[in-house]
Design a protein around this ligand. Structure first.
Ligand SMILES: [Zn+2]
Length: 188
């Protein structure tokens, strides 16, 4: 893996990778895909360095980590949402301006119709052959944005509803009520 890292001559990409490796554990192909998607979205949406972004990842494997470490998008701060469709895809948007009900976002997909031009990487993607992370990432560096497809979408801004807290009639613990029921989800 170090070999590949030495081949990278873009200092910004290098710096990003140096932050991802200790966080994720190593540079996995999925984490590198997430990184490329993040950098592509920065261009497409003109995201500034200090701007807050929101991301929905369609897999929980590897892909979310670059967004967590480089952009501070976490599950706890609602910057990261995972809708696990088992897909190499993300939707990214900036914060809404107060009063806005929709905000412009972009959905980026690792496109098998495009990865097919990079046979080693395509074999990794389709799980058709055992391909090392080194070989897969080397092809991704070569391909750049050439393997991604994207389209802009209007992302609905979530409406904040008032939080209702109740005491569960079964366990006696307090919980956030989602409907009128007085029994917590754990007891149901
Ligand atoms: Zn309970």
């Amino acid at each position: 893996m170090n070999e590949i890292i030495n081949e990278i001559d873009d200092p910004v990409l290098m710096d990003q990778i140096e932050k991802i490796v200790p966080f994720h554990g190593y540079l996995s192909t999925g984490a590198f895909i997430g990184l490329q998607m993040l950098n592509l979205a920065r261009e497409l949406l003109d995201i500034k360095e200090d701007e807050r972004i929101f991301v929905t990842c369609e897999t929980q494997n590897c892909l979310p980590d670059p967004f967590q470490i480089l952009r501070g998008c976490t599950i706890g701060n609602k910057g990261l949402n995972i809708v696990d469709h088992g897909k190499m895809a993300v939707t990214i948007n900036k914060a809404a301006v107060p009063g806005e009900t929709f905000v412009k976002g972009v959905r980026i997909v690792l496109d098998p119709g495009k990865t097919v031009k990079y046979p080693i990487f395509h074999a990794w993607y389709m799980n058709e052959a055992k391909v090392s992370h080194e070989d897969a990432i080397r092809e991704l560096i070569k391909a750049g944005n050439d393997v991604y497809s994207w389209y802009f979408i209007d992302v609905p801004v979530p409406i904040k509803s008032k939080k209702k807290v109740a005491i569960c009639s079964s366990c006696g613990e307090s919980f956030v009520q989602e409907d009128e029921g007085n029994i917590c989800k754990g007891c149901k």
